[in-house]
Design a binder for this molecule. Structure first.
Ligand code: SDX
Length: 427
């Protein structure tokens, strides 16, 4: 028997469908609310509002659970590889060896970026933030691949997926090469996806580049941990832009811009900058905890808190362990890691953070590993974008395949009532 929710407004009762998800999450379906009652709901920041039903990712913020297509993040980080997880997130099933091989080969068909794209990146100053360059280049891909705008069938969708996975990685590394004044590298189809990332970033014409397998494994794991996270700010942006039937590149470009914000993906860069400031300031973590708790101080403890996780972010646990392993294996002594750990212990024991359920999130430790791997700080959020790409694609694909309506929220108007127009000389 289907459940209903009853809304009582001034004695008028309105019955609304009540739906329950596969993990027993309950939701009141208000899609007909205005039709039957004349009123709408309002929920700034959508803290209590679901935008869609999705089969891609499940997370439980109270229990600190994260699963992609039903597989736990712990299992996937431990036992799978990034392209394998990308296939799972996008197409819904773990690939057979043959399917994975085919997917990687189909991506390789699209790893050459149109040479004229170099004219676009040439127009940016070296000082341009990589995320701004990446968003622009991603949108520009539409100009050179117009067919991937109107994705109307499975074949076109698959080609758009492979094209995006292939070209996005290359242009993401071009943002770094541009900032360094280095020549832009090409993807090597004889090498793996994550190994290519390191080559594209660091190989110079002056000699061969051999990526350290430890680094490749660490990056592979980090990309897996970032692959999707249900309806976060940037993914919701990708869905919203895609809902107008703008193409995949344009939608991903908008997602890159949303991710850039320091409250979202930009936090991984902000965490490192914060830790470096604390280090420079003598490592006085107590002083910065006080600043974070002071309502008159705009300072926030970057990398702490989460809209959904009111417990440990499961990704932060895995990344913290990986940070220890990578730095030890690479023989890197980083005082910043010690400051991060000191800050974490102090915050987790502090009433302000405990009462607000503020725990380290995915961004708190990731920057420490990126830094140990030689990735510059202003590229940290680009790393997040590379990891999140399969999730953005998967959610966009699901939205289009489900033929979801164009996103167009309502509002409650609180401005002036009707006013008479006043000529200029009478104002
Ligand atoms: C990501 O949504 C996702 O899934 C995102 C993400 C993904 O994978 O896509 O997980 C990636 O974006 C992780 C979050 C990275 N951002 C940061 O680390 C920035 C620092 N954190 C915050 O700004 C904040 O915690 C948010 C933005 C993450 C969440 O903000 P909310 O849910 O809107 O909560 P809020 O701002 O209303 O805070 C509630 C209370 C407030 O205090 P009171 O008004 O109740 O007294 O907690 C306080 C806030 O002031 N608070 C913090 C804090 N975060 C929240 N105080 C100090 N430091 C912080 N970091």
């Amino acid at each position: 028997m289907s459940k209903i929710a009853t809304l009582d407004i001034d004695g008028h009762k309105f019955e609304l469908p009540f739906i329950v998800g596969s993990e027993n999450e309950g939701a009141v379906d208000i899609s007909k609310l205005r039709d039957i009652s004349g009123v709408i709901t309002i929920d700034p920041g959508y803290k209590n509002s679901g935008s869609c039903k999705s089969e891609v990712t499940f997370l439980d913020g109270e229990l600190g659970i994260l699963r992609y297509r039903g597989y736990s993040i712990e299992d996937l980080a431990d036992r799978a590889h990034f392209l394998e997880v990308s296939y799972l997130v996008i197409f819904g099933e773990l690939p057979t060896a043959e399917q994975l091989n085919q997917f990687e080969n189909d991506i390789r068909k699209h790893t050459l970026v149109n040479e004229e794209m170099k004219n676009i990146i040439d127009g940016f100053p070296k000082t341009a933030h990589p995320m701004g360059v990446l968003s622009a280049l991603t949108s520009a891909l539409t100009a050179f691949n117009p067919k991937s705008v109107n994705v109307e069938n499975e074949k076109e969708m698959y080609e758009a997926v492979c094209k995006t996975m292939g070209k996005f990685l290359v242009i993401a590394t071009w943002t770094y090469r541009k900032s360094m004044g280095y020549p832009l590298n090409y993807y090597d189809n004889t090498k793996g996806y994550v190994e290519n990332f390191m080559r594209l970033m660091f190989e110079l014409p002056t000699g061969p580049y051999q990526a350290d397998p430890i680094v490749i494994n660490a990056l592979d794991k980090l990309f897996i941990l970032h692959a999707d996270h249900e309806q976060n700010c940037s993914t919701s942006t990708v869905r919203m832009v895609g809902s107008s039937h703008a193409g995949l590149f344009a939608s991903i470009s908008a997602g890159v811009s949303a991710l850039w914000g320091p409250l979202h993906g930009g936090a991984n860069q902000a965490v490192l900058e914060m830790l470096e400031e604390i280090h420079k300031d003598g490592g006085d973590t107590e002083k910065y905890l006080m600043k974070a708790k002071d309502k008159n101080d705009p300072f926030r403890l970057m990398g702490f808190g989460h809209r959904v996780y009111k417990n440990f972010d499961p990704r932060a646990r895995i990344i913290k362990k990986a940070a220890d392993e990578v730095l030890t294996t690479l023989g890197v002594e980083d005082p910043i890691l010690e400051i991060a750990k000191k800050l974490e212990v102090a915050a987790l024991d502090d009433e302000y953070f405990k009462t607000r359920s503020l725990y380290p999130n995915v961004d708190f430790y990731s920057g420490i590993i990126y830094r140990a791997l030689g990735i510059p700080t202003d590229m940290f959020t680009v790393m997040f974008a590379i990891g999140r790409l399969p999730g953005w694609i998967a959610q966009w694909k699901e939205m289009r395949e489900n033929k979801e309506p164009i996103g167009r929220p309502r509002q409650v108007y609180v401005g002036y009532p009707l006013r008479e127009f006043v000529e200029t000389d009478k104002r």
